[in-house]
Ligand binder design. Structure first.
Ligand code: GDP
Ligand code: MG
Length: 164
């Protein structure tokens, strides 16, 4: 069976937009409302001659048990247990926030290789500065990307397939 790549992150950072780009079709639900993707969505994808399946997850929030958050959290954690690698998506416009640090702490305790994608970096120069702010998450090199426009996703995928 194909390796699974889990797309993880807090609400509204662009996880579903990245999944759409990787899968090359508008299959996942993209919405401005945080936490809209409640179920996991699996989509076939490839880079070069490497095939894999991307799984979109709902916005991961620790330390808040309102409404569907515990269910979404469980779904994201299950997605990670199935995954050969994960892409942790953060928002280059907001910079790192506490919710990212909580997710990073959890991810560092997992055995799955994690790539850190700093999304919403449309400007190449600004993107490098935005991405550098995320070194402190302790997950290695932050990759500046724009899920909407596709900037930087090639470098991210080059690195990703090394782990599959
Ligand atoms: P999710 O909640 O993490 O799945 O995030 P979505 O993919 O639903 O996107 C949340 C919001 O961020 C939407 O308004 C998207 O249009 C916007 N967004 C996603 N990717 C990018 C990007 O690369 N650049 C910018 N500027 N906005 C983005
Ligand atoms: Mg989503």
């Amino acid at each position: 069976s194909l390796p699974i790549v889990a797309i993880i992150g807090r609400p509204n950072v662009g996880k579903s937009t990245l999944v759409n780009r990787l899968a090359g079709e508008k299959a996942a639900i993209v919405h401005d409302q945080p936490g809209v993707t409640r179920d996991r969505t699996y989509l076939p994808s490839y880079w070069g001659d490497r095939e894999f399946v991307v799984v979109d997850t709902g916005g991961l929030v620790f330390n808040d048990d309102t409404e569907f958050l515990p269910l979404i959290r469980q779904q994201a954690m299950t997605a990670l247990t199935e995954a050969s690698a994960a892409i942790f998506v953060v928002d280059g416009r907001t910079g790192p926030i506490g919710a990212d640090e909580e997710i990073a702490t959890w991810l560092r305790q997992q055995k799955v290789p994690v790539l850190l994608a700093v999304n919403k970096c449309e400007s190449p120069d600004q993107g490098l500065i935005q991405a550098a702010e995320f070194w402190n998450l302790g997950l290695g090199e932050p990759y500046a990307i724009s899920a909407i426009h596709g900037n930087g996703t090639g470098d991210l995928l080059d690195e990703l397939i090394k782990h599959l």
